[in-house]
Design a protein around this ligand. Structure first.
Ligand code: ASP
Length: 344
């Protein structure tokens, strides 16, 4: 080794040694810091209802409004997950946006009952604890998904109904609105059409319009939420699948999170959301196989609709037997999509 290269190495050792002595384990700490700042893997999937949406008969402004609403909901939920927030918070955030958007049948823009009022149903479930909350026939809470969550977190119960749910909501200090807030001219028109044509339960435009979200967060926990006005012209205190844990909504870290939309009576009869998770947990099916199988069984009974599913490994599935489903997905890997029609 030449004299000049020896002095180069000596200089290098002398300049580096003090900093190594002053920062033992500095390299380890860098790695730690990196893992704290690096975004953990997450997935968010949403729906705004399944139904008879076909490209040729969809007015362009309706198409654009639905896509904009879905995009805003995805952004709200993604922002929570990006910051390291929980799946429960992401699901609530995404659903609140769609409840506030009158293009969806949940919160503002909910469908009317036969008597011309809005009765709101919602449910939420935490896959980590199997904690769940639901409300049915609520009339005054601006964001029913928050009321479902309050039932889960602040009451010893899973499901509250009608006046009792409204009373609990006021006690919890949730934002209250005059029932007129939920009403829109388009939903009134749909009710009139149903009455004039004596249409059946599932006929009005066949766009169910319920909203839902499922997510897996950076800690690998899943959650599911669903919110709806139910079916146009519903009578006699009818309750659909959306607020029924296991039918229209379910989350279990051992399997998946599911939110459904469609002809609620069929989802209730098959316990669709729980059935999908049970198949994944006990038969080892992936989310696509499980969801397609259960929806096929439902179709045999005459039921139509769709589900969104995500699993703790971040995989996600849309499955529906209607021509379309308002839907969207975002992930930590940068995927972001919204779609309406079956061919997208
Ligand atoms: N599943 C809801 C119900 O039966 C309707 C919907 O999905 O739009 O109440």
């Amino acid at each position: 080794m030449s004299k000049s290269s020896i002095s180069f190495w000596l200089l290098l050792i002398l300049s580096v040694a003090p900093s190594l002595a002053a920062h033992p384990g500095a390299h380890d700490r860098d790695l730690e810091e990196e893992s704290v700042t690096a975004e953990k893997k997450w997935t968010l999937v949403i729906h705004g209802g399944a139904g008879s949406m076909v490209r040729d008969s969809m007015p362009p402004e309706k198409d654009a409004a639905a896509r904009a609403g879905l995009t805003r909901a995805l952004e709200a939920g993604s922002a929570v997950l990006k910051k390291g927030g929980t799946a429960m918070d992401a699901v609530s955030a995404a659903i609140m946006i769609m409840e506030d958007d009158e293009h969806f049948n949940a919160g503002k823009g909910a469908v009317f009952t036969y008597k011309g009022i809005n009765e709101l149903d919602a449910s939420i479930m935490d896959g980590k604890t199997l904690g769940a909350g639901a409300v049915t026939g609520a009339r005054y809470t601006k964001n029913p998904i928050l009321l479902a969550r309050a039932v889960m977190e602040k009451s010893p119960h899973v499901m509250l109904s009608r006046e009792g749910a409204d009373e609990f909501s006021r006690e919890q200090g949730l934002e209250q609105v005059n029932p007129d807030y939920f009403a829109t001219p388009e939903r009134w028109r749909q009710l009139e059409e149903l009455k004039a044509k004596k249409l059946g339960w599932y006929d009005v435009d066949l766009k169910y319009g319920t909203v839902g979200a499922v997510a897996v967060d950076g800690a690998g926990n899943v959650a599911a939420g669903t919110s709806t006005g139910g079916l146009t012209g519903k009578r006699w205190g009818r309750i659909g699948d959306s607020p029924i844990i296991g039918a229209g909504n379910y989350a279990d870290n051992r399997a998946c999170a599911v939110s459904a939309t469609g002809a609620g009576e069929f989802f209730i009869r098959l316990g669709v959301a729980h059935e999908i998770c049970a198949r994944m947990r006990m038969l080892g099916e992936d989310s696509k196989v499980a969801a397609d199988h259960v929806l096929k069984e439902m179709a045999l009974l005459g039921g139509t609709g769709g589900v969104i599913v995500t699993a703790p490994d971040g995989t996600a599935t849309f499955s529906f037997n209607t021509p379309g489903m308002y839907r969207g997905k975002a992930t930590s890997a940068g995927d972001k999509m919204v779609a309406i029609y079956g061919d997208e």
